[in-house]
Ligand binder design. Structure first.
Ligand code: NAG
Ligand code: NAG
Ligand code: NAG
Ligand code: NAG
Ligand code: NAG
Length: 530
């Protein structure tokens, strides 16, 4: 295959610099560099460009390259840039310049901001402005997933908004394929465009499997025949939560190792469960559902990569269901080391749902696109931002022990000081399963529970019940040892000092009502990085 290639330098604080080339392909469940076969993990941010104005958000705040630099400095390597089909297929939508589009919504301040910060875009057509954003992000070392979000430029997604399923008022399959083809053509030969996703959150009363298979196969072929370099992201039913049907009837196309599946996972639909039901049980149920509906795809004979194309929380921390869901999401996804696209970058919109300048509270950046909304949120993403599993590694697998609420790892400093700290440091642990010690790899020492409310220590006495550990409760996120009286003691870290790793009596492991176990949620995350 003839391909244009560029070398991107990715600076990982831990491993120094290494290189990979594009395009990307799939190998079993992994996304890999086509040339070397080495894994490339996509850790993306969503960035919206599909609403009424069809203008990439935030360009009024600073030059594109400064936004790109923020994305990189926050530890992400790619952008899922959304678009509306009509921008590519309908002259009455795409006949405007960027300035004219903003003017048609009276967005004077936004236009003036763009004139100050990204003047070169102002008089470009909407399509050319979109392409200029893609080029500038690529020039600044980011990969892009180009995402067909809606047909009609507008906020997405209601069940019956005419954009939900093939045959809906604004979702003509023929026009949709034409849009995919236009986009595939426009970005052919641009190596930073590593993937195209076929359609965001398919949904609504019309959804059915025969039409899904027929159209998704045709759409995938249309993209691949036009631009054979890009990965093709295949989305499921029910707002992209459900791909379970592929376990009985596989998609049936591999497109020369370019097919990747995508799924969304939010707290939505289960808000009440997260708020009112025992959390160990809810987490187990939600993780099992995610496995059934999507994660099964990375295993078995037809194993393919799965990317979580949307997930995220109200970053202000005020949404209890979101907060709890996220503590369950993180360990589940870290264990599988999936690729992902976080919702979202933009701290504000030019125009959304009839309002000028509304805020986005699920964003990593603040309203002014200036600073991270909450640095602690980024800390919690640290584990997921790293490559956890390398299919080409020759290192034996070990565990990181991740505390989900803080995002800290259980690390050892000096001889024997056990504490919680950034997962950029990684102490390597081994655990033979329930009833076995948790040993520091390469030594004789193991974790030992000293007592209720007392910091855990390292010990060479690895046979005592205090040093043999089980994963307990429905969530299996409690890591428990036992004292001489038979009391279970669980690892714990609380917001008063997340650096301090204690043991306390195990909490809520029998699904007691009104009981919050989250300070005791730790995940043994398998890794094989040297
Ligand atoms: C990684 O592993 C695959 C499969 O075994 C192999 O084809 C590829 O050459 C390896 N790449 C590197 C850089 O070792
Ligand atoms: C674009 O097309 C629409 C519909 O034909 C028309 O009303 C509008 O004036 C055109 N806009 C521009 C800027 O040409
Ligand atoms: C823009 O302002 C004009 C004049 O005040 C008004 O007629 C029009 O409805 C406004 N457009 C939008 C989208 O608010
Ligand atoms: C954009 O177009 C307007 C109207 O034609 C013109 O006044 C302005 O100078 C142009 N700006 C740039 C940066 O080309
Ligand atoms: C937090 O805990 C760590 C580890 O036990 C300890 O070194 C540190 O002094 C504590 N910090 C505070 C503010 O108490």
């Amino acid at each position: 295959m003839k391909t244009l290639q560029i070398i991107l330098l990715i600076f990982l604080s831990l491993f120094g610099a290494f290189c990979y080339s594009l395009p990307l392909s799939t190998r079993g469940r992994w996304i890999v560099d086509s040339e070397t076969g080495r894994r490339v993990k996509l850790t993306c941010l969503n960035w919206v460009a599909h609403t009424e104005t069809m203008v990439t958000e935030g360009l009024h705040t600073q030059p594109i390259k400064d936004i790109a630099a923020k994305v990189t400095s926050m530890g992400f390597n790619c952008i899922r840039l959304t678009y509306a089909t009509f921008m590519w297929t309908r002259p009455d939508y795409n006949n405007k310049t960027l300035a004219q589009s903003l003017d048609s919504f009276n967005l004077t301040q936004a236009r003036e901001g763009i004139a100050r910060n990204n003047l070169q875009l102002l008089n470009l057509s909407l399509q050319d402005a979109y392409e200029a954003v893609v080029d500038e992000l690529g020039a600044n070392g980011l990969m892009l997933v180009i995402d067909n979000h809606v047909s009609t430029p507008m906020w997405c997604c209601a069940r019956e908004d005419g954009n939900g399923f093939f045959g809906d008022m604004f979702f003509d399959p023929k026009e949709w394929k034409e849009g995919l083809t236009q986009v595939a053509k426009r970005f052919k030969g641009k190596p930073q465009v590593v993937a195209m996703s076929m359609r965001n959150e398919i949904r609504g009363p019309r959804q059915n499997l025969p039409d899904w298979y027929k159209n998704m196969r045709e759409g995938a072929k249309a993209i691949h025949s036009t631009n054979p370099d890009v990965l093709v992201l295949v989305s499921g039913l029910n707002f992209d939560k459900d791909l379970s049907f592929l376990s009985t009837t596989p998609f049936g196309l591999t497109l020369d190792n370019k097919v990747v599946y995508e799924a969304h996972w939010y707290s939505f639909d289960f808000t009440q469960q997260w708020q009112t039901q025992p959390l160990n049980r809810v987490c187990r149920q939600r993780a099992d559902e995610f496995q059934r509906e999507a994660a099964f795809l990375i295993t078995g004979d037809n194993a393919a990569p799965l990317i979580i194309s949307e997930f995220g929380v109200d970053v202000r921390g005020v949404n209890q269901a979101d907060n709890r869901y996220f503590n369950c999401f993180l360990p589940t996804v870290a264990e599988k080391d999936l690729d992902w696209e976080l919702w979202t970058l933009q701290g504000s919109y030019y125009y959304r749902e009839g309002k000028a300048g509304p805020e986005e509270v699920y964003s990593v950046l603040d309203y002014n696109w200036d600073k991270p909304r909450d640095p602690k949120y980024l800390e919690r993403l640290t584990t997921l931002q790293q490559t956890i599993q390398d299919p080409n590694s020759t290192t034996l697998s070990y565990y990181l022990i991740v505390h989900t609420e803080s995002g800290f790892c259980v690390n050892v400093e000096g001889e024997d000081n056990v504490h919680g700290s950034s997962c950029r440091e990684r102490s390597k642990w081994s655990h033979g399963g329930d009833g076995w010690p948790i040993r520091l790899v390469g030594g004789e020492q193991c974790l030992k529970a000293v007592g209720d409310g007392v910091p855990v220590t390292l010990s060479t006495d690895c046979k005592s019940p205090r040093a043999t550990w089980k994963l307990i409760s429905d969530s299996r996120l409690h890591v428990a040892a036992m004292d001489e009286q038979g009391n279970s003691l669980c690892l714990e870290a609380t917001s008063s000092n997340y650096s301090s790793i204690l043991t306390r009596r195990c909490a809520c492991v029998k699904n007691e009502a009104n009981c919050d176990p989250q300070s005791q949620w730790f995940k043994l995350v398998p890794s094989n990085l040297s």
